[in-house]
Design a binder for this molecule. Structure first.
Ligand SMILES: [Zn+2]
Length: 110
């Protein structure tokens, strides 16, 4: 269910749209949440580790992973603080928004 800039899911989970990864990230009931769906604060920081995915022109995962010249998966890190509706990307992010602080935007699709 959409609420403010978040989506809620069963079990006390929330999704927010990450403008750096251009995909949703999930936080669970072990995070602190200020109860504000328009200007959420989550504590502690959100750390997402994965491998770089192949996306089609609509930004949807094709089910494949990008690989480097040696055929290895390319690690991706997204590390952020969500505070008062803003997402602050830390310097260890592998995407282009590392070090930036931007407002969270609502989910655009559906
Ligand atoms: Zn991200």
């Amino acid at each position: 269910m959409k609420r403010g800039v978040l989506r809620t899911a069963e079990g006390g989970h929330f999704f927010f749209w990450c403008p750096g990864c251009k995909e949703p990230h999930i936080v669970g009931p072990t995070w602190g949440f200020n109860g504000d769906y328009d200007r959420p604060t989550f504590t502690p920081s959100v750390l997402v580790r994965g491998n770089k995915t192949m996306k089609d022109q609509n930004g949807r995962w094709t089910g494949d992973w990008e690989r480097d010249a040696a055929g290895n998966l390319i690690p991706e890190i997204c590390h952020s603080f969500v505070t008062d509706g803003q997402i602050q990307f830390l310097g260890d992010c592998t995407h282009a928004m590392a070090g930036q602080n931007v407002p969270l935007a609502p989910f655009s699709e559906d």
